[in-house]
Design a binder for this molecule. Structure first.
Ligand SMILES: *Cc1c(COP(=O)(O)O)cnc(C)c1O
Length: 377
């Protein structure tokens, strides 16, 4: 049996090597490393896949969030509501731009931002909501969009973990995660569902003037050569990364279905085990399982993690500490017990190995060991 990895990029590369090497080779020969033709081609292909009018690539998913907030013209003091249970990038950019970060608890079953908590956090100074489609499943976008419409707020979807997830409206219409709000962002960090071989990111919007603004800001605020209309940043997707992403985008649906098959196996394997709670799947979204995250009951999470490690099974805690208790975010003035759901999740969650190339033998071995741990208790 191959050594188990949380994400096995090596086995994926070996499978795609001929296509990837050819793509990289052709960029090397062209030497068009910045803004080469592959960047525009990748944007066009992603735009078709996402079924959204505008896709603008950039250097990474964190920049994508920052550029989105800059393009919307958010100003210091404007309040931005987001979840306390996310990767740091989501909140970091809010703080960096001098916006007022308003954190709320997630829903304990879906791990996604709680609409009820958003509603309670809205004030006259609220300008935007940032739902994160955590672990590959959409937040409750219908309710969030209704709330945003009522209070005239922007919705910035952080879809870094949900490239390829479908949101399903009650009337049966499907939309890709990231294309429902005012603007959506994603990341192509290597371990994301659509990952490159370095950093990369993109923004999605249906609004033409917003798309222009985003494109300008991501490239130094430049309209024509040496003519600057916005204060911008240097955030472009490398041509090499775009060439790699073009190859991987062709396989994305296949990768995401393989992840789902792994999740189905785990769900089934743990269905009789009442010491763990398997991730909830909602009606209004598909799930692409960026992570397969269990909740471990009775304070056994850390012991299970060590046990699995002793069996050479990696398992990770996403996320171990509530953001409001991180040193850098103490200035927000929240107190320890302000976010009971986040605090509980941080103590209970454990993500198991999840990637498209897991072998049945590995899956059986993981399941048996998780179950053995609880039988021995
Ligand atoms: C990965 C990630 C980001 C940031 O992406 P980078 O490309 O690493 O900057 C933002 N938000 C979430 C939820 C993420 O998982």
């Amino acid at each position: 049996m191959r050594e188990i990895q949380m994400v096995d990029l090596q086995v994926q590369y070996v499978k795609l090597a001929s296509e990837i090497d050819e793509a990289i080779g052709s960029v090397l020969k062209s030497t068009a490393f910045i803004r080469g033709p592959e960047v525009r081609l990748f944007e066009e292909e992603l735009q078709k896949y996402m079924n959204v009018p505008y896709v603008i690539s950039c250097a990474n998913g964190t920049d994508a969030l920052q550029i989105a907030m800059m393009a919307l013209g958010l100003k210091p003091g404007d309040e931005v509501i987001t979840t306390n249970f996310t990767f740091i990038a989501t909140v970091e950019v809010v703080a960096l731009l001098g916006l007022k970060l308003v954190l709320v608890d997630p829903d304990p079953h879906t791990y996604n931002i709680s609409v009820d908590r958003i509603r309670k956090a809205i004030t006259p100074r609220t300008r935007a909501i940032v739902p994160v489609h955590l672990f590959g499943q959409c937040a409750d976008m219908e309710s969030i969009m209704k709330l945003a419409l009522k209070h005239n707020l922007y919705v910035i979807e952080d879809a870094a973990q949900a490239t390829g997830t479908d949101y399903i409206f009650p009337n049966g219409i499907y939309r890709k995660a990231g294309t429902i709000g005012t603007i959506g962002t994603t990341s192509f960090f290597p371990s994301k569902n659509l990952g490159c071989y370095g950093d990369g990111g993109a923004l999605y919007t249906i609004d033409e003037s917003l798309a222009k603004k985003v494109r300008s800001i991501a490239n130094h605020g430049m309209k024509a050569r040496y003519q600057y209309i916005d204060i911008g940043v240097n955030s472009r997707l490398d041509t090499l990364q775009a060439a790699i992403l073009r190859v991987k985008l062709r396989h994305l649906d296949e990768f995401n279905s393989a992840r789902k098959a792994v999740a189905d196996f785990y769900d089934e394997a743990f269905s009789g085990c009442n010491s763990v709670i398997v991730p909830e799947r909602v009606k209004y979204s598909s799930h692409i399982f960026h992570q397969y995250t269990l909740r471990i009951k009775n304070n056994k999470r850390d012991a299970l993690k060590s046990y699995l490690e002793s069996k050479k099974i990696p398992a990770m805690i996403y996320y171990p500490g509530p953001l409001h208790l991180q040193e850098a975010y103490r200035y927000l003035g929240y107190s320890e017990n302000d976010f009971p759901v986040t605090s509980q999740l941080c103590k209970e969650v454990l993500s198991l190995p999840m990637h498209p190339d897991m072998e049945q033998e590995q899956l059986d071995y993981i399941a048996v060991n998780v179950l053995n741990f609880f039988e021995d208790q």
